[in-house]
Design a binder for this molecule. Structure first.
Ligand SMILES: C[S@@+](CC[C@H](N)C(=O)[O-])C[C@H]1O[C@@H](n2cnc3c(N)ncnc32)[C@H](O)[C@@H]1O
Length: 292
């Protein structure tokens, strides 16, 4: 083969290889981008080739995972309360665990979030999403803010009797109830869990502030929060990010947004200050204050 032909063939080969590499790199990633843009998956940051399992019970959960069609017992795993297991899932994954002492087996599908939570009888079971719903964004599991941190959040947010405090994902209502009881502020708590809303209403009654506060059973991402003068959030960082456009669209300039432990990605320039609070167990919590 002469030298010219050799160079010609090498150029053709290199071009063909480049085209193949380009096409190969587009396939899965192009799909991945599309899948990740769906809100029901974006909130948990679940990749299209993994599953996540969150433990929202109060006890460690033992289970086994294996790829669909594989032999053997699978990977033995223990998930502590509030932890998330991210498991590679290029294909369906089979989970097995003990339910009422009997081994049960289910299929889990790539790109979906799951959680261990209690069913209505108080038994641990696996659900799609962290609150067992696929139609609503999962902002965070229920973890109450310690009272010292609640007080600091209200202090930093300059809560007064003129404030209207909105707590997004209000849990047992403690933040708006504290704001009402301590400062005479009005408040709205929104939560997706019926049990949380029942607790919040009962707690407001017990605290004697039921005329100042109201609790809504709803997906907070769909509730109008434009009347708020202070917004509080104890949510996952990806949820803060998800809510940022809503805060920007609905809140008036100057409104305070106070978050517990997690920053609002993209609002670095709006951060006014932050404070660290120790709870009675000595654990540190950070409170971030933003001004819309
Ligand atoms: C970490 S807890 C915070 C509770 C309370 N704000 C506090 O600080 O004590 C988060 C709460 O968000 C609620 N939540 C999760 N997704 C939600 C959604 N889409 N809409 C409303 N509430 C939601 C959960 O049920 C849970 O009670």
């Amino acid at each position: 083969m002469n030298k010219r032909l050799m160079i010609g063939l090498s150029v053709v080969f290199c071009l063909a290889a480049a085209v193949l590499i380009y096409l190969g790199s587009r396939g899965p990633d192009a799909t991945a981008t599309t899948v990740m843009q769906e809100p029901s998956q974006a909130f948990l940051g679940v990749g299209p080739r993994e599953i996540t399992i969150r433990n929202v019970t109060k006890k460690p959960v033992h289970y086994k995972l294996r790829a669909y069609g594989s032999e053997g017992g699978g990977d033995e795993r223990v998930l502590l309360p509030d932890e998330i297991d991210r498991y590679p899932a290029p294909q369906t994954v089979i989970i097995s665990y003990l339910k009422h002492g009997v081994e049960v087996t289910y299929s889990l599908f790539p790109g979906k979030p799951y959680s261990f939570r209690y069913d209505s009888a108080g038994n641990t079971d696996i659900w799609v999403g962290a609150h067992g719903r696929e139609d609503a964004v999962d902002l965070a599991p229920y973890v109450p803010t310690p009272s010292e941190v609640v007080a600091e959040m209200c202090r930093l947010g300059e809560v007064s009797k003129d404030s209207i405090v909105y707590d997004i994902g209000c849990g047992d209502g403690r933040i708006v109830i504290y704001a009402a009881k301590t400062y005479g502020a009005r408040g709205v708590g929104i939560d997706i869990e019926p049990e949380r809303i029942r607790e919040s209403r009962a707690n407001a009654k017990e605290a004697g502030v039921e005329k100042l506060v109201r609790f809504e059973l709803a997906d907070a991402t769909r509730v109008d929060i434009s009347e708020a003068t202070v917004v509080t959030m104890y949510l996952l960082p990806e949820s803060n990010e998800l809510l940022r456009p809503k805060l920007e669209k609905e809140l008036r300039p100057g409104v305070f947004v106070v978050t517990h432990n997690y920053m609002i990605p993209g609002w670095e320039e709006k951060e006014v200050t932050s404070a660290v609070v120790r709870d009675p167990e000595g654990k540190e919590h950070t409170v971030f204050l933003y001004r819309r």
